[in-house]
Design a binder for this molecule. Structure first.
Ligand code: GCO
Length: 484
């Protein structure tokens, strides 16, 4: 069972400034749609998923090194030790982006390259790597969009308690300062956290991601520490350079009640609060959504201290949204009296989603992108939105003639981009789209078994990179700014 197949909220509780996006969009009679002028087409990767070179140039171990090397934690015992070897092949990766005609590249910075033990002064070799990568992108006319935390906590900080320990928020703030001091002269756009819900839940509650803990209280404390870190790092970056554009990336999904019963409808509201808003609302409003934990115990459970409300606040310049699938939500009473504990959200086929599943087993639900964008827009208001990830796993391999005919991915992307276009037409201020992913890579607990790339990586044959048909198709989209 992998993470987006079953998200059991119940189990989790215990049991470069872009052009103005105009909303006047053309809809051609042949069904093709045109995106607003200046819309930014991009792609994304993540340090641990592509870089490899885990012991080079002073990088320290992260929780993902430890976790992936522990027996039975990842499929086939795969690790990110080598991954796509992007640490050495970054020039090749930039050349691919350039050939695709993309104008934004989302990548992440590995904390243990910058601070091998999660504290102290910066490891210059680590900063130099990201400095070279940034210069290479800028020379290629590509906007760097840097994520500060994409799941690779230095192991030494986990040994001190990890994210459930609120000291980790201080460490993250220090790390963010070091990175911004070194790179904010060239990187203007920053994502603080990637999918805080997912890494806290999978890592501290369900134990299927690093660091592999299964502790409901630790999980809830971790969510609060991350929210504190988000606010603190936001202010730190702004102090260093007020013109930086700072946001976070949240994975969001429409929560559809499994039946019309009042219980399931209430459960869907709770799931939305816990799974879509838990890390966004604290940033925008200074509190956690109500109705998930016991009202009179919430602060106590999360480890709130006086003054935290102000620390949590991060008035984002943009909000990043990752979208993959929708969930069907039902109420499954478990007798604890805690609303969030009685919610079950699963990736079973949802009404209006008759298109089956991708190879990783996630339900294909393009309309959910439109739905969730309208939903999030109610919360984010005028704040610009960037799609920081959207894509699919299809494990298509090269045919005899060497061509990779991943038509299913093209169909997935086309249908989702049409829904994105519809949301923009309906007034949601989305200014960028980052396809997940540029490269086939290390898909966390799934190892190399799931291929999300528009570029095929031959992990057995010297890391050879080859465009899939979807890569050629996406290049066309970026060149014409339209979906036909
Ligand atoms: C995430 C990450 C990516 C994943 C992608 C597909 O959402 O988990 O941001 O690292 O690889 O989403 O699962």
């Amino acid at each position: 069972m992998n993470r987006r197949e079953l998200l059991q909220a119940g189990a989790l509780l215990g049991g470069a400034v872009l052009g103005q996006v105009s909303t006047a969009l053309a809809q051609e009679s042949d069904g093709s749609v045109e995106f607003p002028p200046g819309f930014l087409w991009g792609s994304a990767t993540v340090a641990y998923q592509v870089e490899g070179a885990c012991r080079e140039d002073g990088r320290g171990p992260s929780i993902w090194d430890t976790f992936s090397h522990a027996p039975g934690k990842t499929r086939n015992g795969d690790t990110g030790d080598v991954a796509c070897d992007s640490y050495h092949r970054w020039r090749e990766d930039i050349a691919l982006l350039k050939q695709l005609g993309l104008k934004s590249y989302r990548f992440s910075i590995a904390w243990p390259r910058i601070q091998p033990t999660g504290r102290g002064s910066a490891n210059q070799a680590g900063l130099d790597y990201y400095s070279r990568l940034t210069d290479g992108l800028l020379e290629a006319g590509i906007r760097p969009l840097a994520t500060l935390y994409h799941w690779d906590l230095p192991q030494a900080l986990e040994d001190d308690g990890g994210w459930p320990n609120r000291e980790t928020a201080e460490r993250f703030t220090d790390y963010s300062r070091l990175v911004a001091q070194a790179l904010s002269d060239r990187i203007g756009d920053w994502v603080l956290f990637n999918e805080p819900k997912t890494f806290t839940q999978m890592g501290y509650l369900q134990g299927v991601h690093a660091p592999g803990r299964k502790d409901p209280l630790a999980f809830l404390r971790a969510t609060h520490a991350v929210n504190l870190a988000q606010g603190q790092a936001f202010r730190t970056l702004k102090e260093i350079k007020p013109t930086l554009l700072v946001g976070s990336a949240f994975d969001v999904s429409p929560m559809l009640p499994a039946t019309v019963s009042a219980e399931d409808q209430a459960a869907a509201v709770t799931a939305d609060a816990l799974l879509n808003l838990w890390h966004l609302q604290p940033a925008l409003m200074g509190d956690c959504p109500a109705g998930v934990l016991l009202a009179d115990r919430q602060e106590d459970i999360l480890g709130f201290r006086p003054g935290d409300e102000a620390i949590l606040r991060a008035p984002f310049d943009f909000v990043g949204l990752n979208y993959y699938t929708g969930f069907r939500v039902s109420r499954v009473p478990r007798g604890s009296g805690i609303p969030g504990a009685d919610v079950r959200a699963e990736g079973a086929i949802v009404p209006g989603a008759p298109r089956g599943k991708t190879d990783i087993g996630w339900v294909i639900y393009p309309g959910g992108l439109h739905e969730i964008l309208l939903r999030m827009h109610q919360v984010t208001g005028d704040i610009p939105i960037e799609i920081t990830e959207n894509g699919c796993a299809y494990n298509t391999r090269p045919d005899q003639d060497g061509r990779i005919r991943d038509d299913a991915r093209i169909a997935y992307l086309r249908s989702h981009l049409k829904e994105l276009h519809r949301a923009i037409k309906d007034g949601v201020p989305v200014r960028a789209y980052h396809l997940w992913s540029l490269l086939d890579n290390f898909e966390w607990a799934e190892g190399f078994a799931q291929r999300f790339g528009i570029v095929f990586v031959d992990f057995e044959q010297g890391q050879k990179r080859m465009f899939k048909d979807s890569g050629h198709w996406y290049a066309q989209v970026a060149a014409t700014n339209r979906i036909s």
